[in-house]
Design a protein around this ligand. Sequence first.
Ligand code: PLP
Length: 408
Amino acid sequence: MTTMTSATLDFPQSTTPELLRDAERSLMYVVTRPEKIMVRGKGSYLWDLDGKRYLDFIQGWAVNCLGHSPRVLTRALQQQAKELVNASPALLNEPMIRLAKLLTDHSCMDKVFFASTGAEANEGAIKLARKYGQRHLGGAYEVVTMWNGFHGRTLTMMSASGKQAWDGLFEPKVPGFTRVPLNDLDAVKQAVTQQTCAIMLEPVQGEAGVFSAEKSFVQGIRELCDERGILLILDEIQTGVGRTGTLFGYEQFGIEPDIMTLGKGVGGGFPLSALLAKDPVCVFEAGDQGGTFCAQPLAMVAGLATVGEVIAKNISRKAHLRGTYLRRKLKVLRKEFGFTDLRGMGLLQAVDLPAPQAVEVANACLNDGLLINAPRPDTLRFMPALTVSNREVDEMLSILTGALRRYL
Ligand SMILES: Cc1ncc(COP(=O)(O)O)c(C=O)c1O
């Protein structure tokens, strides 16, 4: 153990072997990270410790919807930090009331519970649905979810998710989830039993590789839920707050969910998530749900600044237009590289390569100053800031083209 002095807080001016060794020694291994240390971000760009600039089409996994460190967010955080960092989740604070009102005024939902991560909001959604099942559905507790769905990494959310690679991991999983293929309404109908309290899905499966639910599928699920008196939960952690071209993804399916979860973009980069529900579904009693950092003021002002800006500047519409531009340009590249599929909504898009070279291409892009994600061996995903410009889209495509030429 090192004694903490001000000197130990000084950070070298460039990436050194010692720093990388310290990282390997003291950070618990959960993922292999590139040997680059990020120190600064602005808009669509990130800089590492060695001063290298990266065009960021990952944006913290579709989190920084206004780009890196937007003024509206940093100013709100600075001002709030001077006033009150944390009171208590058991006390009201002003931004908490304002953010809950903003979200309910602009969605079909009536009430909000705030948390910090997407997985937490989703856990809350399952708890709420199970409580509703106890109260109104004779104790029904099962939730039908989708194969390849992704709902987070707590044990319950790993159980709810449909990621086959997780089967066998951390067993026994939490019981009560039945998985069915996305867009197979008959399979959903067969999976619903007397024990079912809810059906849960993402409007677009982002982590799986950007697979959209079909409109008729979501509408069919809505009808089924109404017929059976069960709940529809939409996980909008990745699709919410403008990403798909509307403020919330559900708006594009012509339905309203009973429960919706938000995360990622809702805090513009600050840890914030939300569980929203319609009034009749809000059945929690005192003590059923909570958490030390729930609705803490810094997160609340981050949400207010971000969602307020997205609404005030109609950034959802801009995401739609920019997404259309990106799609048009990708269609041109398709001719040269033979992409086998192009899909997505707004600024959540993907292409399938004709060969399983996506990871190699993403690594080559990183070296060339572009951050891009490969969610599957043959898939590249695009999730830039919603404020990305056409010029930045062109710059991304130019770097990507160079990398693709080396591999395809
Ligand atoms: C649709 C969806 N739900 C839930 C999560 C989990 O969110 P978090 O990592 O904040 O717990 C993610 C994260 O990628 C997601 O995409």
